[in-house]
Design a protein around this ligand. Sequence first.
Ligand SMILES: NC(=O)c1ccc[n+]([C@@H]2O[C@H](COP(=O)([O-])OP(=O)(O)OC[C@H]3O[C@@H](n4cnc5c(N)ncnc54)[C@H](O)[C@@H]3O)[C@@H](O)[C@H]2O)c1
Length: 441
Amino acid sequence: MKTTSRGFSRRGFIKATAGAGVYLASAKYSNMFAMSNPERPVRLGFVGVGSRGTSMLQTALMLEGVEITAISDIVPERVERAQQLVMESGQPKPKGFTGEEDYKKIADLTNVDAVFTATPWSLHTPVMVATMKAGKYGGTEMPACDGYEEAWELVETAEQTGMHCMLLENYAYMRNVMMVLNMVRHGLFGELTHCETGYQHDVRYATIGDQGELLWRAHERYLHHTGNRYPTHAIGPVSQWIDINRGNKFEYLVSMSSRSLGLNHYVAKNYGADHPNAKRQYKAGDVNCTLIQTANGITVTLYYDSLSPRPVDFIYRIQGTKGIYSGTLDKIYLEDTSPVPHQWEDIEKYVEEYDHPLWKKYGDIAVQTGHGGSDYLCMRDFVEAIRHQAAFPIDVYDAATWSIITKLTEESVLNKSKPVDFPDFTRSKWRERKPLPIVNS
Ligand SMILES: NC(=O)c1ccc[n+]([C@@H]2O[C@H](COP(=O)([O-])OP(=O)(O)OC[C@H]3O[C@@H](n4cnc5c(N)ncnc54)[C@H](O)[C@@H]3O)[C@@H](O)[C@H]2O)c1
């Protein structure tokens, strides 16, 4: 086994430090060692600057001590637009790339410490793998990987290179879910028993183009696949509440999908019943419902409901022996303290005491960014972990575990809801890994 100049074997080192929650880069990557100087800017490369990439670029530009040094997109105008945004913020023009595989060139640049990707899903793992192999930190939009092979490739590349990557799951930084995490840590809900969560968001508008054509979401989520195709916004916060990969583990799931009507109706209504995409057979059911069992007996209900006319509702319900919180209602009931038995209580009373420390500190600036301000805290955690060489709060094991739900639910749906086991990407390290601290770095 290879050893670093500090005398650690890389894989052994990750093993040794995974529980401690801190890891350092291999000495081979001298640029990363320079990062131990917290005064030095963190230099980011962006791959994919469409809608999400551009928004996260703008968020990164709000952070102190961050430089954007490289941009890549296969649409040259988007690269130019991103370069312009960087220059308008007072930074030098970042190097621009437009080739399909130019993310490899970005990973190799000496003035890039980390690469963030907001491309279509099929590129997330290839970009992250190239990034880690080049000795850089990676940050990816979700899902991080598609299927067993990519999930293990992600984990093994991280272990082999010593360069972990973070899933930038911004929904884990929403104010209410972070407050609930704080409450869980303070024992308000007692011993936990059940959570309910779901990506319940009508995204038909982002799935079908303005001529009725299928956009990449249609191809990657609905046309050829079924099950829960976008699980991480929903399962991420819940996984943190119940210590998945850190003392607890997802054991298995069972999943069922409804029939598929939503996209046909949407295309027929907006582009005519004769449009070919109004008549096409989509594999994904409109509503997918999944049940997950965990090692310590906490169960999770997980919904995926994105093709029906409906308001947004991520549910985010948690309950235990002492009470319950409902994100849908944004209300709480605690048996020993709520004023009226069996009746919901407004959450406001608890905010002063349990609002997450990061929200207390950065809330005013965070709310200027997307997704209720969660984008800011998420990008900030990514950058600060790199700057201080701290562990990512959502690491490669979480990225693989949360993302593999796409595959496991599909397997279950296609086999009469049979139970499907979760792979243990931590290879039993979940037993020793410590629960996520309230504040990461
Ligand atoms: N976290 C969130 O809240 C959130 C919100 C929206 C989207 N997303 C995720 O962000 C990602 C992008 O979504 P989007 O809505 O921005 O899509 P988009 O189509 O607007 O952007 C994707 C960009 O990737 C570019 N691209 C494609 N191939 C490329 C390549 N080989 N190299 C470089 N660039 C390439 C495209 O040209 C496009 O500009 C998806 O994974 C999506 O799931 C996350």
